[in-house]
Design a protein around this ligand. Structure first.
Ligand SMILES: [Zn+2]
Length: 321
């Protein structure tokens, strides 16, 4: 059966039978060679009515963990809800995914290009199509990301604590950390908010790498969220949540000097104020400077680059005000 192009005003209840999965394409543009670039969208409708949940990956094309999270959930038949609807988009930024790049070929970040324009450059077109054709269909969403560059994030949900629905979704997902993060202007999350929808962001692992513990947290968290929204019954194969640690503030420790960075603490570690985290040394052993935590909190992101410049972000600490 031919895969249909998604229409401007898809009516899920009319076009998809109860208990059915339907695949759609969303045409974005063509490559200079004439090859067509389409998003692939999988819509799983449950037998009973319920909420519509979007799960999306690869908005930053080099953040492949999200792509893998959704692929595994599809393969293991975890996305067919008994109530409500799941819309799964494993790769939002096809161009970046092909080029191992966060951005699109226009050099723009799709997650800073919402709501986008129909005839804009590529990032703007991706944003426009998602805003026009996907966001109107949904109630809630989880957008999967990783740290950028060589920075790895410990599994966490980022959301706005002042928004009750966001916090409700985050607690349903129950990741190791829930972190208060105001939504970034022109991001997918912000555009959803403007439309009265709620998207939370999962962060885990780093770009261009699979991170098995983060993938595992994301899959179990998504299934717990589906249980909490009444979309699937609880199942013994879903890892029970440990109580998430809720952190309302974050601080980056930046390198005071350039050099080689050795960290002696790990992602997820608890730190007291003034705890030793690592050292910065030069290649000739002329200096060795300690990296110290300025606050009590948890390491939620860590720079794995061995060579760093002055001012580089080294350690992201989540803490409480
Ligand atoms: Zn990202």
């Amino acid at each position: 059966m031919a895969i249909e192009e998604i229409s401007d005003d898809l009516d899920i209840k009319r076009e998809i039978e109860r208990g059915e999965l339907k695949e759609y394409i969303l045409h974005i543009a063509k490559l200079p060679t004439g090859s067509v670039v389409n998003l692939h969208i999988y819509i799983y409708r449950g037998k009973k009515n319920g909420p519509v949940l979007l799960i999306s990956g690869g908005l930053h094309g080099d953040e492949v963990n999200g792509v893998e999270i959704i692929r595994r959930m599809m393969k293991n038949e975890m996305l067919q809800p008994s109530a409500g609807t799941i819309i799964a988009i494993p790769v939002l930024n096809i161009y970046g995914f092909l080029n191992f790049n966060r951005e699109l070929p226009d050099g723009k970040d799709a997650n800073r290009s919402f709501p986008g324009t129909k005839n804009g450059s590529l990032a703007s077109r991706v944003a426009y199509n998602v805003s026009k054709k996907i966001l109107p269909l949904i109630d809630y969403g989880v957008d999967f990301h990783t740290g950028g560059g060589n920075r790895a994030n410990y599994a966490q949900i980022r959301c706005e604590f002042s928004d009750e629905k966001s916090l409700m979704l985050a607690k349903g997902f129950a990741p190791p950390f829930i972190i208060n993060t105001p939504s970034i202007p022109n991001s997918l999350r912000n555009e959803a908010k403007e439309m009265g929808k709620t998207i939370i962001v999962f962060e885990g692992g780093q770009s261009l790498r699979f991170d098995e513990p983060a993938i595992d947290e994301a899959i179990n968290g998504t299934r717990r969220l589906m249980v909490s929204l009444g979309m699937i019954p609880d199942h013994e194969s879903i890892k029970p949540a440990t109580k998430p640690i809720i952190l309302d503030k974050t601080t980056w420790i930046r390198a005071e000097n350039a050099g080689l960075f050795h960290h002696h603490s790990s992602n997820g570690d608890y730190l007291m104020a003034d705890d030793f985290i690592g050292t910065i040394t030069d290649p000739f052993n002329r200096y060795e400077l300690p990296v110290i935590s300025p606050v009590e909190g948890y390491i939620i992101g860590l720079n794995y680059s061995p060579v760093i410049h002055a001012g580089d972000a080294l350690v992201h600490i989540g803490h409480r005000t």
